[in-house]
Design a protein around this ligand. Structure first.
Ligand code: HEC
Ligand code: HEC
Ligand code: HEC
Ligand code: HEC
Ligand code: HEC
Length: 298
């Protein structure tokens, strides 16, 4: 509620402060609606302040969207959730559990789609609502087959409320040796790391070319698709499959690499020609200077 109030008076306050102090200070008394009579500079300043207000308005409306009655009773969980990647992407309690985050009297009503807490075996379906591709691969895994016997589900590896951006670092001793030895986990990690480092390296090179204003979008898109196809494999936790797919992924990486190298060559040539032109200019200037100072002064 505080935010809604803020929303109304903040832009007004900014405009008022600006008109009373900033425009007056620059000796251009800006009266309400007198904007058109002002110098361009003052109008620019007003636009600038409106621009800032607009951003503050956006920020505070985002804050409103995240306000939820669920936080009041589930304080600890809300604190965990606030650190999660879901919170950063606007996925709140009700997006996973259902219910009505604005109804303080009856927030957990099944009529509002409240589904409560998923069972151990229900978790993949629960998360898979939004992560369909990952779920599909997980369901093919030995982990999924073992779920009824205590195999890991999404929450075992990602937690229920503190999910972070995922990477191969998740395949670590602490997590993966809870139920079996690390050697099979390590095989998966090593098989993945090979392509992973090449993909990251290509990403950096593409970014560098992009900074030189090369049209590299098509290559970037292909790499992104390859990256996703590759990362989806992890959840099958099948070393043979990963090694098999790696062959195809490696040839796609090789093709993209050749593409990027070609563009880098052109860029290197451009730099050399640029330097040659500059050297010629400097030489010309030097000869001119020498001519003026030696020949003309004689
Ligand atoms: C007025 C306090 C209050 C508010 C507001 C509230 N809850 Fe709860 N919630 C509780 C209590 C108390 C329990 C445990 C009671 C029980 O086991 O049924 C609970 C249990 C739950 C559970 C576990 C249910 C289960 O199946 O074990 C979930 C999930 C949940 N709440 C989500 C939410 C969400 C989502 C919201 C907002 C839409 C919300 N709660 C708002 C008090 C609240
Ligand atoms: C990404 C989906 C997701 C979001 C977002 C989410 N939860 Fe949960 N929540 C779960 C899952 C999955 C479980 C079951 C955990 C388990 O099985 O150990 C759970 C369990 C719970 C429980 C039961 C008690 C417990 O700790 O197991 C409560 C209460 C709850 N959540 C409340 C909330 C509240 C309040 C929010 C918002 C601050 C929230 N959840 C956001 C997925 C989510
Ligand atoms: C055995 C542990 C484990 C289980 C179980 C698991 N994950 Fe993962 N998850 C990982 C690891 C490790 C990564 C990082 C993969 C990578 O970087 O290639 C990951 C990555 C992800 C990603 C990011 C994918 C991407 O494109 O970068 C999402 C989303 C995800 N998991 C969701 C889920 C969901 C939903 C489930 C349940 C159906 C689940 N995970 C089950 C370990 C697990
Ligand atoms: C209502 C939709 C929704 C549900 C349900 C949901 N997520 Fe997500 N999840 C998202 C969105 C949106 C993102 C952020 C998109 C992105 O950047 O990849 C995300 C991101 C993630 C990531 C990080 C992905 C990455 O690229 O590294 C993980 C891990 C993850 N979710 C796990 C889970 C788990 C585990 C569950 C179940 C407890 C779950 N999600 C349920 C929508 C959802
Ligand atoms: C909660 C227990 C548990 C955790 C945690 C766990 N696993 Fe497993 N894992 C199992 C079970 C159960 C099986 C299937 C039965 C078996 O082969 O022993 C399995 C099987 C596997 C297999 C063999 C799959 C196959 O098809 O042969 C690999 C590889 C594997 N896990 C990797 C991992 C990695 C990587 C992690 C950490 C990110 C991990 N596991 C974490 C329980 C777990």
């Amino acid at each position: 509620m505080k935010n809604a109030h803020l929303l109304r008076w903040l832009p007004r306050l900014l405009l008022d402060v600006h008109q009373k102090y900033v425009c007056v200070a620059s000796r251009q008394p800006a009266l309400h609606l007198g904007i058109f009579d002002q110098s361009r500079r003052c109008v620019f300043q007003i636009k600038f302040f409106l621009f800032i207000s607009f951003f503050l308005l956006l920020a505070s409306s985002a804050a409103i969207a995240q306000e939820s009655v669920c936080f009041t009773c589930h304080e600890d969980i809300a604190k965990d959730w606030q650190q999660s990647i879901h919170s950063k992407n606007g996925i709140s309690c009700h997006n996973c559990h259902g219910g009505n985050p604005k109804d303080a009297d009856n927030p957990m009503d099944p009529k509002d789609g409240f589904v409560g807490k998923p069972t151990e075996t229900g978790v993949p379906e629960f998360c898979g609502k939004c992560h369909a591709g990952v779920k599909e691969n997980y369901l093919k895994s030995g982990h999924s087959a073992a779920l009824i016997r205590g195999g890991p589900n999404c929450v075992t590896c990602h937690t229920a409320h503190k999910q972070k951006r995922a990477s191969l670092d998740l395949i670590n001793k602490e997590l993966c040796t809870q139920c079996h030895t690390f050697d099979r986990a390590e095989k998966i990690r090593n098989a993945m790391l090979m392509s992973e480092s090449e993909i990251t390296n290509l990403e950096h090179r593409i970014d560098a070319l992009h900074a030189q204003e090369y049209d590299i979008d098509a290559v970037k898109k292909s790499l992104f698709a390859t990256r996703n196809q590759f990362h989806r494999l992890t959840h099958v936790v099948d070393v043979d499959l990963i090694l098999k797919e790696t062959t195809g992924i490696q040839s796609e990486i090789a093709r993209l690499k050749a593409d990027v190298k070609e563009k880098e060559k052109i860029e290197a040539k451009r730099k050399i020609y640029g330097s040659i032109v500059i050297v010629f200019f400097l030489l010309g200037a030097l000869i001119f200077w020498w001519y003026r100072n030696t020949i003309l002064s004689d």
